[in-house]
Design a protein around this ligand. Sequence first.
Ligand code: FE
Length: 364
Amino acid sequence: MKFTKRQLLSTIAGLTAITIASCSGQAPDSTSSETDSATPSDTAAEMDGELNLYSSRHYDTDNALYQGFTSKTGIEINLIEGEADELISRMQSEGENSPADVLVTVDASRLWRAEEEGLFQSVESETLKSAVPENLRHPDGLWFGLTQRARVIVYNKDTVDPSELSTYEDLADSQWEGRVCIRSSSNIYNQSLLGSMVESIGVDATEEWAKGLVSNFAREPEGGDTDQIKAVAAGQCDVAIANHYYWARLAKSEDATEQEIADQVGVFFPNQEGRGTHVNISGAGVLENAPNPENAIAFLEYLTTPEAQEIFAKGNNEYPVVEEVSVDDVVSDMGDFKVDTVNVSTYGYNNSEVLQISDRAGWK
Ligand code: FE
């Protein structure tokens, strides 16, 4: 049985659809997935000149971007927001009738999950190739990085001198016994970090590291990255691993308590003398069954323009992928750092190995 695009959009349950042109510009909490809701059937355009975007990003600033694209191209965006795994299952069940043109999500290992399901098509675009550095995109053009996030070491300024810090590997040293906080190994950010280590130092060394790290835990893994930063500030642990933008978010907070937490905690970019600090991406790809593939490619190309990059990256205090685009002040104050340029697509390819390593290391 065949569905029209309108019928398919109308069947989307549990996900939120917004037509950008009529969006109220509500600012959802950046850690939640609450969004304005609209009836999907109200928003489904049926003609050319549209783009159906599935996104797991929920930043208010993204709406300004989408409006920018529409006013530049006349292509209207129908936005479906949801959690990444929900969107992936949604597209699997929609199959070849899926109305989705583009998937935007965070973390290369999540893009890999969608890739594994055969959801993306290969895109040949000189604009994208020259705008996005090679390490930040899929080698066959299945998806492209749009922003970068660094997985940094945060430390308590009262108990740790930054001169004591050096590498991720060093956190497995016995000097850090009982002093390390990090979230669960089921978290995709940690899985990608381990995937990058498997690529750079091999399975055995990564496993040895994971075992050493676990033996240095100050507590069982709990909470998200912000919780690790708070635990460091509160003295429950001396060091933690977290994405840089969680610290930036606390530093920019209007809540004095959160600012104090950020003040108490320093940010350190590890592995500067060696391969560089691990970065991940938020990124996007054109879907295999995209009804509007040309619009989809035009949209990705638009997202790599300097003005779009600036808005896209600042929405979550991230780094643009395009050079010479400015970052938020709080992010530039963190300083420059050397990036580990291992290709981000390797994180997903190493994922099954990573799950076994975490299991054997007893990392919950
Ligand atoms: Fe995050």
